[in-house]
Design a protein around this ligand. Structure first.
Ligand code: ADP
Ligand code: MG
Ligand code: MG
Length: 900
């Protein structure tokens, strides 16, 4: 029979940390902790394979599973000298979900399983603590009702609130045994009303139902949403962990808590966490009472009483354990623990989710502590998350009106309209609005709204609340526990500081400091960006040195060059500061739109003959030349790839009647005539029409003008001693003859200018590979081209035969239904487009081994695509300036992955 159950207890451990695919992260780590001598309550894990089998069998438990569960329970019963369902000495267990990759709070868990009307009496007698026994029972009924029968927790919570009111109790802890006993009766009633079934008294029935329900929780909407956002496979299933209960709700010498070995928001090396006395399980995270800090080092104000002071023995144990765990796992850990009558038990450890800032700082610190290698440090920071670090921060000079303060749970700044429920956040975000999700607290059911929002604000909960943990995971700014803020859901109002805001009003949150402002606040560059761009001194930005170290290590490792796509001197300057090693794509068409130029461009378009066109082009040339000079200057000593004019000419046509009239006056052609000719330029399929090199072939004077501008600029600068490396790139080539035609013009002009100025210079002529035919004919094309640059936007459009601008109507559905794993416009489609690239590289280098090859499509800044470019042995990737650091890190990771 297949083995489904893996035990961990004082007799032995069948699992270990490496078995996470089979045992889930939680199960594997429970086993590992047990193995290395950390106190874990005895239990066992039902493998993910059982869950997968359960779904395959149409929601039936696989054959033999329950026998193994019985053996597992028997083993615990012997160990604990208790019995499941026993009236005197009942064994209570938790039934916990736990997938391969941690999905915090997305799936279900049931605590205190094994209680019924009789065993609760036994438990009360045995512990001489009836309050505790009935508190556990009411929790069990609620969780079991919710998880197994889908009964909305609100029903139970309302009853609890009512009871508190009747009893005059401020907190749940103020309720007496008698109150709780009554509440249990009420809960059972609610259970029956909602499920049409009496609350099951048989512990084995409870256990079987709970196991199946936890399996099914893999498929709840929120879990599925989480997986789709995080690109986690739907096929893995969850493991189920059956763990002997330990109790944090036995009185004031008992507690439950969560802790991080380092600060997950900033990465600072300080032990950090929160706990609640006389509480159980999720209480800390759910924000029912405001939790207390664990350590003196981790508290935010002196008057907070810490675990360190209240339960020093347990704290000392916890301290030793966290150090041991961090050393053992060699990474920051996020732990759950319970203290039962002063004795500490560990219930979970996992790699802690963290912000980009924390990821960098922790990685760098750990290298310096000799805990990990530089290579490991590089692999530990998700390149895409650097975005968070390089972008948003409120402009320190912006005017602000304080609305409230809370806990700075996840850094970054965001402004947006207030949405009080997650569905509204999604709707408004879809309309293109920037949204701040504002809730008293969040639960896993709010996940879709949190993803849609730019930032999250809650009035309750601490830095380990659900809102905080999830926000850090998805890289959004978050302020939690802004307790002075009143949220009135029914009237759609948020009130604080004497100010009333309506849902839909604008608000701003600064998750780095925990301040909330009225209205939208201008954002400026982040600290790190400010240092990079020279607006701030490195010593003023604490994070900069960490960032700089990590990036230097990444640069040491990577093979791929990183260039930027830039059309202006300012962007070039920015990109260079960010570490760009050249320009991979300088589009020239944008230069045609500026100021008066567009008039000259239109004059050129409407000229009736080549002479007329030349005259108009002569007006544009000096302006282009100046642009190139400025860009060359910024990129001194680095290669600059300039692409000749690419878009179809009609993109430059006048739009309004006034524009037509202005042009008519200027060039002396009647408006009607102009409009008629304009009409003629319209194309049925402009993307496949008269554009790219086809323009230069039909109108060679355009290529001539652009070449003149480029090479005159180069010569002028060289004369001044500036080192310039121009590379002229011909777009949309499909036939070698097209490139040959253009190359002749370019080289002729280059020769002419060298002769005229008497200044020799080096340059390259190359082509975009963006038409599938060019990839297939790369060997022939490389006879002429000195370099290739993959234009993966067009190459993707043309390979798929789908217009990027129109794909929105069907492509998201394709991705959702798994037709393609990813949106091919975001991440290179390796199978198809990638195959063409492979052919292009191979054939091109066969003809010309020293051929330089890069990529300049949007994919050049996408980490998965960068990895692929490294595999293909390209020379460089080129991306927008702010993505340059992301590309540097991604390129280093790609290299390290291939070394393995
Ligand atoms: P999640 O994956 O949502 O964190 P868990 O399975 O970890 O869910 O359990 C939810 C809460 O219950 C956690 O706070 C956990 O520490 C607590 N818990 C789980 N099992 C036990 C147990 N056997 N004894 C005491 N507390 C438990
Ligand atoms: Mg947990
Ligand atoms: Mg293109």
């Amino acid at each position: 029979m297949k083995k489904y159950v893996y035990c961990f207890d004082s007799q032995g451990t069948e699992g270990n940390a490496k078995m996470r695919n089979l045992l889930g992260g939680k199960g594997a780590n429970l086993a590992e902790m047990n193995r290395i001598g950390i106190p874990v309550p005895p239990g066992f894990t039902i493998s993910t394979a059982a869950c997968v089998e359960y779904f395959k069998l149409n929601n039936k438990l696989p054959y033999g599973l329950m026998n193994q569960v019985q053996e597992g329970i028997l083993r615990i019963e012997k160990n604990m000298a208790r019995k499941l369902g026993d009236y005197k000495n009942p064994l209570l267990v938790s039934v916990r979900s736990g997938a391969r990759i941690s999905m915090p709070g997305m799936m279900d868990t049931v605590l205190n399983l094994g209680l019924n009307d009789k065993s609760v009496i036994g438990l009360a007698k045995e512990t001489e603590n009836p309050r505790f026994a009935y508190d556990s029972y009411r929790r069990f009924i609620q969780m079991f009702g919710n998880v197994v029968f889908g009964i909305n927790g609100v029903h139970f919570e309302k009853a609890l609130d009512k009871k508190k009111e009747e009893a005059g109790a401020a907190y749940d802890t103020d309720l007496t045994a008698e109150d709780l006993k009554n509440l249990v009766e009420r809960f059972k009633q609610i259970f029956k009303e909602q499920s049409n079934k009496a609350f099951p008294q048989d512990a084995w029935e409870q256990l079987t139902d709970a196991i199946m329900a936890v399996f099914r929780s893999w498929n709840t909407k929120r879990a599925a949403d989480y997986r789709s956002v995080n690109k986690i496979s739907d096929d893995w299933g969850t493991a189920v962990n059956i763990v002997t209960m330990v109790f944090g709700n036995m009185g004031d010498d008992s507690a439950t808590g969560v802790a991080f070995t380092r600060d997950p928001a900033t990465g600072e090396k300080r032990f950090f966490g929160e706990f609640l006395k006389n509480a159980q399980g999720e209480d800390v995270v759910a924000g029912i009472r405001t939790p207390q800090p664990i350590s003196k080092a981790g508290r935010s104000s002196e008057d907070q009483i810490t675990l360190e002071e209240e339960l020093p023995e347990a704290y000392k144990d916890l301290e030793a354990i966290y150090k041991k765990l961090e050393k053992h796992y060699r990474d920051m850990q996020d732990m759950e623990f319970t203290i039962q009558k002063g004795k500490l038990w560990m219930l979970q450890t996992r790699t802690g989710k963290r912000t980009a800032m924390a990821a960098i700082r922790i990685a760098v610190d750990m290298v310096e502590e000799d805990l990990i290698t530089r290579e490991e440090a590089i692999m530990r920071v998700e390149p895409d998350k650097l975005d968070q670090l390089l972008h948003e921060r409120f402009d320190p000079k912006a005017k602000k009106r304080l609305f409230g303060v809370g806990i700075n749970a996840s850094p970054g700044a965001a402004s947006g309209v207030i949405a009080l429920d997650p569905d509204k956040a999604v709707t408004w975000a879809k309309e293109g609005k920037s949204v701040i999700l504002v809730r008293t607290e969040t639960s896993p059911d709010d996940f879709h709204g949190m993803v849609a929002a730019k930032g999250i604000l809650t009035s309750r909960g601490g830095s380990t609340s659900h809102a905080a943990v999830v926000a850090r995971g998805i890289g959004k700014p978050c302020i939690a526990g802004a307790e002075k803020i009143e949220i009135d859901y029914s009237n759609h109002l948020v009130v604080s500081n004497g100010i009333t805001l309506k849902e839909g009003d604008e608000i701003s949150i600064d998750g780095s400091v925990g301040e909330i402002y009225v209205g939208s606040v201008l954002t400026g560059s982040s600290e790190i960006t400010a240092v990079i761009l020279g607006q701030m001194k490195p010593e003023e930005a604490s994070m900069y040195s960490y960032y700089d170290k990590l990036m230097t290590w990444a640069d040491d490792v990577r093979r791929l060059g990183i260039r930027t796509n830039s059309d202006t001197p300012h962007d070039s300057w920015t990109a260079r500061k960010f570490g760009a090693e050249g320009i991979g794509l300088c589009r020239t068409e944008h230069m045609f739109f500026e100021g008066d130029r567009i008039l000259a461009v239109r004059e050129m378009i409407f000229a009736s003959d080549s002479e007329g066109r030349k005259k108009a082009l002569d007006k544009i040339r000096p302006m282009q030349q100046k642009d190139f000079e400025d860009i060359f200057k910024e990129m001194e000593g680095l290669p600059v790839t300039i692409r000749l004019l690419d878009p179809p000419l009609h993109e430059f046509l006048p739009h309004t009647n006034e524009e037509y009239e202005e042009l008519s006056k200027r060039i002396g052609i009647p408006v009607e005539e102009l409009m008629r000719r304009g009409q003629q330029l319209k194309e049925v399929n402009p993307m496949l029409g008269h554009r790219g090199c086809r323009l230069g072939v039909v109108h060679p004077e355009i290529t001539e003008m652009q070449s003149r501008a480029i090479f005159t600029a180069a010569a002028n600068l060289i004369k001044k001693g500036v080192k310039v490396i121009p590379e002229v790139m011909v777009p949309l080539v499909g036939l070698k003859a097209e490139l040959d035609d253009q190359e002749q013009i370019i080289r002729r002009v280059a020769e002419e200018i060298q002769r005229e100025t008497n200044i020799p210079f080096e340059y390259k002529v190359g082509t975009m590979i963006e038409v599938p035919r060019a990839a297939l004919m790369a060997d022939k094309i490389a006879e002429t081209a000195e370099f290739f640059s993959f234009g993966t936007n067009d190459l993707t459009q043309m390979t798929f035969g789908m217009s990027r601008d129109d794909a929105g109507k069907f492509l998201p559905l394709y991705v959702e239904r798994g037709f393609c794993r990813v949106d091919p416009f975001q991440s290179i489609d390796r199978d198809g487009v990638g195959q063409l690239m492979g052919i292009g590289v191979e054939k091109g280098r066969k003809t010309r081994p020293e051929l330089k090859i890069g990529i300049c499509g949007e994919h050049g800044g996408n980490p998965q695509s960068i990895e692929f470019c490294d595999e293909l042995n390209l020379d460089y990737v080129s991306c927008s300036p702010y993505r340059v650091p992301i590309a540097r890190l991604a390129a280093a990771q790609a290299k390290l992955k291939h070394q393995k």
